[in-house]
Write a protein that binds this ligand. Structure first.
Ligand code: APR
Ligand code: PHB
Length: 400
């Protein structure tokens, strides 16, 4: 098999890249190790920056997003029984975000790829990227049978270019020699226990709560499905938490002033899982004709809702650079790919780190640490400049 652009991974990065290239008349092949139901059901975040929603619409993948996505003009910060709303359009000259689950973005892009795009091979695991520094890089892969056994036969996909969109645990990053790799990372001593519940959200916008017992987040998937998270120790087993215990703890952490009649509504929990938290960046994001995009190159803690949006920024940057090269023969934008993406990646890493350390109470936090967190939150609540920084970062960095 040969293709112009070999794409490893059918998450948001790989699927959107395939769509962008298809729309530009560039052929690609997507290799995805899991099956379609698994890829479409994986619970992830659900916040689209203004730029992400615009890219999906321009790529022809915005119809259901416009029907079902929920436009949000702000979020609430809750701390020390205080509630402070951040007004996105008022602080950013009109930018907002859209609540639309990553699972839905993936379903929309899978459908487009299968009906209009090039090959999307599920249950097809890339084993290695080889010859990345030649003009004929290749991906060795194996197609698993429906039973997922090792019965699959090994094949090779030769490419003009390979884009690794295979997430943090993929193989593409391994094709970058350690002598040129630089890794920057921070792991956190806590994670998020997340639940889905069949109950209307208790607030019409997201609520980020900093509490002495730990962080809590109220989000949603639709007007009748709530998505909520609790900060828990990093090694927490989700099954160790009963549904009632989760609701009780959420209620404690969302506490408001005595005269405030806000109530956390409960309902049947339909999913429960623990997400670890890590900040991670691999530099460079290119090696020869291998390009890295999305979680294959960087990870952010979910506090800033940046993961999906960064993946979008990377593949938009690659698609623009590649089509520019194809139409002009000028490789300058391709040569600048890594630096261009990393400028945006590091801004998102800084914002995600700042939101995480401001809102989570780590084990061993001292009274000094607590006062610094409250001072940071009070600064945002009383300074338009501080609010503006948060609103600009949350609604998204412009694509270069
Ligand atoms: N061969 C083929 N596919 C692979 C391989 C492999 N060796 N390894 C991983 N994959 C697939 C995974 O099954 C997954 O479907 O690559 C895909 C990577 O998708 P994501 O992990 O979703 O990464 P990305 O597309 O960059 O999107 C980032 O997803 O994980 C969230 O929080 C993250 O919101 C962010 C977004
Ligand atoms: C979500 O809805 O899953 C979500 C929202 C905001 C975040 C993280 C996750 O910061």
């Amino acid at each position: 098999m040969h293709t112009t652009v070999g794409i490893i991974g059918a998450g948001p990065a790989g699927l959107l890249l395939a769509r962008l290239l298809h729309n530009a008349g560039v052929d690609s092949v997507v290799l995805e190790s899991r099956d379609r139901p698994y890829v479409e059901q994986r619970q992830r975040a659900g916040i689209l920056e203004q730029g992400t929603a615009d890219v999906l619409r321009a790529a022809g993948a915005g119809a259901r997003l416009d029907r079902e996505g929920l436009r949000h003009d702000g979020i609430e910060l809750r701390f020390d029984r205080h509630r402070h709303r951040i007004d996105f359009p008022g602080l950013t000259g009109g930018r907002t975000v859209t609540v639309y689950a990553q699972t839905e973005v993936v379903k929309d892009l899978v459908e487009l790829q299968l009906t209009e795009g090039g090959p999307l091979l599920f249950e097809t695991e890339a084993l290695a990227v080889e010859d990345a520094t030649t003009d004929r890089p290749k991906v060795r892969f194996v197609q698993r049978g429906a039973q997922g056994g090792a019965s699959g036969r090994e094949s090779v996909l030769t490419c003009d270019y390979v884009v690794g969109c295979d997430g943090f645990w993929g193989v593409s990053r391994k094709a970058v020699p350690t002598r040129v790799s630089r890794v920057f990372e921070r792991t956190y001593p806590f994670g998020w226990l997340g639940i889905l519940a069949d109950v209307p959200p208790s607030h019409d916008e997201l609520v980020y709560a900093r509490h002495e017992r730990g962080f809590a987040l109220l989000s949603m998937r639709s007007p009748v499905v709530s998505r909520l998270y609790l900060q828990v120790p990093a090694d927490t087993d989700a099954d160790a938490w009963s549904d009632e215990a989760v609701w009780d703890e959420l209620e404690r952490r969302f506490e408001t002033a005595p005269d405030d009649d806000w109530v956390l509504h409960r309902g049947p929990v339909t999913a429960k899982s623990v997400t670890p938290m890590r900040s991670y960046v691999h530099e460079p994001m290119r090696h020869g004709r291998l390009f890295l995009a999305g979680d294959a190159a960087h990870i952010v803690p979910p506090t800033g809702a940046k993961g999906l949006n960064l993946a979008v920024g990377d593949v938009v940057t690659f698609a623009r650079a590649f089509t520019h090269f194809q139409s002009t023969g000028d490789p300058a934008l391709l040569d600048a790919y890594s630096e261009t993406c990393l400028r945006r990646v590091w801004q998102a890493e800084r914002f995600s780190y700042a939101m995480t350390t401001m809102l989570h109470r780590p084990p061993g936090a001292t009274p000094f640490d607590d006062r610094i967190q409250l001072a940071l939150l009070r600064r945002i609540a009383t300074s338009r400049a501080a609010e503006q920084d948060l609103a600009e970062c949350y609604t998204g960095f412009p694509f270069e």
